[in-house]
Write a protein that binds this ligand. Structure first.
Ligand code: GLN
Length: 546
């Protein structure tokens, strides 16, 4: 039977609970313990697929096509697993399942209540993941902060779990923030005490408290939290802010969290091997020459909207032993006056995914700039559609080619709805989602990058390349370097007369891992790193005496 670790958050949100959960997974995996992870989101949306990136940040897509919270991306990157839909549970899913059962008559005669019906449905999701993944330890993150109204049923469900599975098989970890007061120059424990009180009121006594802080945490503070929150001193784990998220597993291991969990859950374990993480962090901390990449998107004010893209870029520059300098370009700013000065220092341009017409013309301009100036370009989903629109405008000598998403009555619909999308009436969960195969053309940049000819990648889109324009654009130099095996859908395209302008209809960023960059990101940076741009100096060997 699987054992469970439930992780709650206190004091404030965005305190790093997701990274802590991912890191706990890393510590267990490094001891050869099989883990799986689940995120519980208390909001009433069935999934985040219909939410604005400004509300939610990135929507992470699993291989089996679930639209999920960006924390799942961190779990996948840290634990190096491919998760499935069962790893993402929202209140919306729970309530719709319970109400569907009620309508079916499953509870005939009963009054449907939060306890037990909603909490039972929740616990079934915990057990389902445990059974399906066969993990020894299932780590479950409760989204939000203790005290939120909508989080209460989840907390009640995890409280019940202690009796259901037995005390030796469950751990409660609470992640809190210790704020720092400038006037007295001390970190304060009171908010943590209050949030633990709130947990206790619900019936949950944390076994471990992870204390986030921007400042070092003195022994005395640990003692105080231990005393007031009734947790062993060694189970109060300080987690000061570190320069890279990939250092968090190392810090937590250093503080003894791995061994503590193994002891408390009575797990059989090997000696931890975190050497790969240590090497990664050492490399990140070594000064490296930056590669300047412009990210042209419509949600750039909220960087979490591109979380996996940033991580994939980071993995790729590390592979080349370089650093990254990201130039965030709100695409609308390129639209009117054709002022490209912000792109002048970019050694590569990346256009990530997105929806809706705002900012599209600016992205098209960035693509023109990349094509005309031989700047490496990587288009991701919308970024591929933009590349096709731009190239079609160039070839047809007209500014009219467009996607029907942005101009429903365009004369040249070079990007159009997928046929199977035409009769879709509802928006939630109805895109082309998850893994699909893609056949690569030998000799293309894409095939070279992957080093194989059949790949599976994650999708999230409604529109596609319109095959009516295939021949015409091909004659002008567009290469269809990736197609669906039935050759119906263009999955990757690139330009023949350009050093590296490659785009894909899927989202390679979701598959990139620290130490194993995604091939397209790796080669994009490979192409960009040696491009010399304005203000840059070629590095000359320094000889003494000159
Ligand atoms: N809006 C485009 C589509 O639906 C692109 C989607 C995306 O970038 N994920 O096809």
């Amino acid at each position: 039977m699987s054992k469970y670790i439930f992780v709650t958050g206190g004091v404030v949100s965005s305190v790093g609970k997701g990274i802590t959960v991912a890191s706990i997974g890393t510590l267990l995996k490094s001891r050869q313990i099989a883990v799986s992870v689940q995120k519980l989101d208390p909001y009433l949306n069935v999934d985040p697929g219909t939410m604005s990136p400004y509300q939610h940040g990135e929507v992470f897509v699993t291989q089996d096509g679930a639209e999920t919270d960006l924390d799942l991306g961190n779990y996948e990157r840290f634990i190096d697993v491919n998760l499935t839909a069962e790893s993402s549970v929202t209140s919306g899913q729970i309530y719709s399942a319970v109400i569907a059962k009620e309508r079916r008559g499953d509870f005939l005669g009963g009054t449907i209540q939060v306890v037990p019906h909603v909490t039972t449905e929740m616990k079934e999701r915990f057990h389902l993941l445990a059974e399906k993944s066969k993990a020894e330890v299932v780590i479950i993150e409760v989204g939000g902060t203790v005290g939120d109204i909508e989080g209460q049923p989840f907390l009640e469900a995890i409280r019940q779990m202690r009796n259901d599975v037995g005390r030796d098989n469950i751990l409660f970890v609470h992640v809190t923030l210790l704020p720092y007061l400038n006037s007295t120059q001390e970190v304060k424990t009171k908010p943590t005490q209050h949030s633990v009180n709130e947990l206790r009121r619900i019936g949950i006594q944390p076994d471990i408290i992870v204390c986030r802080s921007d400042y070092p945490i003195a022994e005395g503070i640990r003692d105080k939290i231990s005393l007031f929150c009734d947790v062993e001193q060694k189970a109060v784990i300080p987690l000061p802010t570190v320069s890279t998220i990939y250092e968090v597993p190392l810090v937590l291991e250093e503080e003894g969290l791995g061994q503590l969990i193994v002891d408390k859950l009575k797990l059989k374990s090997q000696q931890p091997d975190l050497s790969r993480w240590q090497e990664l962090v050492d490399l990140i901390k070594t000064p490296r020459e930056p590669v300047n990449i412009a990210l042209v998107g419509k949600y750039v004010e909220l960087r979490d909207a591109y979380f996996s893209v940033r991580e994939a870029l980071q993995h790729a520059v590390l592979y080349h032993e370089r650093d990254i300098e990201l130039i965030w370009v709100p695409s609308e700013t390129l639209e009117n006056d054709g002022d490209y000065s912000v792109l002048r220092s970019a050694q590569g341009i990346i256009i990530p995914g997105g929806f809706g017409v705002r900012g599209i013309e600016g992205m098209v301009k960035a693509a023109t700039y990349a094509r005309e100036n031989n700047i490496p370009y990587l288009g991701l989903c919308l970024g591929m559609q933009v590349m096709v629109i731009e190239f079609a405008r160039h070839v047809l000598g007209s500014d009219k080619p467009n996607s029907t998403e942005f101009d429903a009555s365009t004369r040249y619909p070079v990007i159009d709805l997928l046929p199977e999308q035409k009769d879709k009436k509802t928006k939630g969960g109805t895109m082309r989602l998850g893994n699909y195969p893609c056949q690569l053309a030998p000799g293309s940049h894409a095939a070279q990058a992957y080093g194989q000819d059949l790949v599976y990648e994650r999708h999230r889109h409604r529109y596609e390349f319109n095959n009516q324009y295939r021949e015409q654009l091909e004659k002008a130099g567009m290469v269809y370097s990736g197609l669906s095996p039935d050759e119906r859908l263009v999955e990757v395209c690139e330009l023949a007369n350009h050093p590296w302008m490659v785009s894909c209809q899927f989202h390679p960023e979701f598959g990139s891992r620290p130490g194993r960059p995604h091939p397209l990101f790796r080669d994009f940076i490979g192409a960009a790193k040696d491009i010399l741009r304005e203000g840059a100096q070629p590095s000359l060997p320094l000889s003494p005496g000159l």
